[in-house]
Design a protein around this ligand. Structure first.
Ligand code: S3P
Length: 185
């Protein structure tokens, strides 16, 4: 009963790719940011502002811990979940973890749009390019450590989905989920 988990930087398309992978396999899709927002009744930005980052990271852990271990599910995570090692250990034990990699230019291009206002880690008024570079440099070794790399990007969920399904179709434990042509059953 595997989980398929997606990690990666903000704007790497984790939610949209996760949704597509789940749809292709006919599995339920869970999005940790969305589950946190539902549980708290507040936006991610409000949670950061009112309770701080450590509180948010703790919520991320609790949400992952409560996901159903016995079910086949696809999990899209927030970009900072790699900082929460016990949560990453759960994901890894439950099944494959894919890292949707993205270039800093793509993140910066997105950060000019209303998209950025929802991301407290990319606060207005700061030197965004420097901040994105620093966060990426800090996190890249962690993404690499925990995930199988897949080229990602907010605008490319279909390509990333194809890539992930192609990798899965070649893995023994996923054989029952795929037909002869390598397409999901
Ligand atoms: C964060 C990424 C966000 C969200 C929160 C913190 C991060 O998720 O969890 O704003 O630390 O990178 P997305 O990666 O979906 O933007």
């Amino acid at each position: 009963m595997p989980w398929i988990s997606l990690i990666g930087f903000m704007c790497s398309g984790k939610s949209s790719t996760g949704r597509l992978v789940a749809r292709q396999l006919g599995w339920p899709h869970f999005d940790t940011d969305r589950l946190i927002v539902e549980r708290e009744g507040k936006s991610v930005a409000e949670i950061f502002r009112e309770r701080g980052e450590a509180y948010f990271r703790d919520l991320e852990y609790r949400i992952v811990e409560e996901l159903p271990p016995e079910r086949d599910i696809v999990v899209s995570t927030g970009g900072g979940l790699v900082l929460v090692e016990p949560a990453m250990e759960i994901l890894r034990v439950q099944g494959p973890v894919f890292w949707l990699s993205v270039q800093p230019e793509d993140v910066l291009e997105r950060s000019q749009r209303p998209w950025a206002a929802k991301r407290p880690m990319l606060r207005e008024g700061e030197d965004l390019p420097a901040r994105v570079d620093r966060l990426m440099a800090e996190r890249e070794p962690l993404y690499r450590r925990w995930g199988t790399p897949v080229p990602g990007g907010f605008d490319h969920p279909r390509e990333a989905t194809r890539h992930i399904l192609s990798i899965l179709s070649k893995r023994d434990e996923f054989r029952p989920y795929f037909g002869f042509g390598g397409s999901p059953r």
